[in-house]
Design a protein around this ligand. Sequence first.
Ligand code: IMP
Length: 428
Amino acid sequence: MPNVIVIGTQWGDEGKGKVVDALTHHVEAVVRFQGGNNAGHTLVVNGEKLVLHLLPSGALHPGCVCVIGNGVVVDPRILLEELGALVGRGRTLSTEELVISPHAHVIMPYHLALDRLREAALGEHRIGTTCRGIGPCYEDKVARRGITVAHLLDPDALTARLGAVLHWKNREIVEWYGGEAFDLDALRSSYLALGERLAPYVRDATAVLYRVQRRGGSILFEGAQGTFLDIDHGTYPHVTSSNTVAGAACAGSGVGPTSIQEVVGIAKAYTTRVGSGVFPSEIEGPLADTLQIRGAELGATTGRPRRCGWFDAALVRHAARLNGITRIALTKLDVLSGLEQIPICAGYEGIDDDDFPTSLSDAVPRYENIGGWSGDITACRTLDALPGPCRAYIDRIQELIGVPIELISVGPDREATIRAGDLFAPGG
Ligand code: IMP
């Protein structure tokens, strides 16, 4: 199997966890390379639901090396909680199975406080962040005042870093927002203690990935969020604070671009978005509620209801170019069963299909109506088993985005999947 990046083509929550899980059987390592516990990858195994926020989805597969790359922001308390929850299910990750880059930045309690206080202060102009401290942590990374995992393992370094930064953080928290100050000694000792618990897993992640490749193993790079939440290419300012596009996999893990052979884009059969921001194909009214209920469209991290809309082919076509997508996995197709007509946004009025609008706020969708289908499709395992109009819907999407659809998810269970291409060959 080649080295493959899996990326969301919309605004996150495309169902990446299930596709990553399907591919994990064939790889030796799964790497998270950006984001933090703002992500929530839901896996359903034997009917049981498991949501991972920080651990790579490979965590369920014994022997798979799970790497938290340098591009990730790590909340150590959440990571340890997740490891503990897995132990509760009888799965203990060894120090061979989990590797944390020493260069990953740490989400500190003042990042969480600032995320919440700033969002509250923004009122109706808020971003709608997950309030997990992601933005404030990346901000400190770029400003070169962050705390890395390596600093948690070095008492002198942590003391020096916190001493330099906490005074300013407290000033902002207390004087600007009326929040509560953090105590340096308390933070220092609690984060050194967390560092001690993480220490066994911390080592040069780039060397681990190099060795996997040298012995012929393959790597899966697991993207979080989605293309249009990318800090550069997304619907700024309603975006996350990292690069979510495929290109970030290299910088966020320390693997060169020539090592990547495939980029799989995950696209939901309709569109959803959590938080604020433009959404051209958003549905208003009862149909949106129907999709939200049928698709259980509640944020895996925050539990917030997701806004729902029709499939936006212009968006996914653009995502295909931004990420260099080689194959598409189409998810949650079963949710659309029972609709009389299904509109697809084929493009935007007045915009050439090779272009993309500078701002989506003025984009007016150009809809095409495809006839719907009735009946349950969750038991279908081949394209031929799908109702004709359902196949027509898939074919039209494929034509509009210009990339082959090679995996189709027709239900939450691992088995509820139609595999159409060699990368997803049955038996995985
Ligand atoms: P942040 O990443 O918490 O700063 O949130 C910034 C924006 O990204 C908000 O609109 C969030 O709802 C959105 N966001 C962050 N992570 C995810 C995700 O995993 N899925 C969907 N939306 C997300």
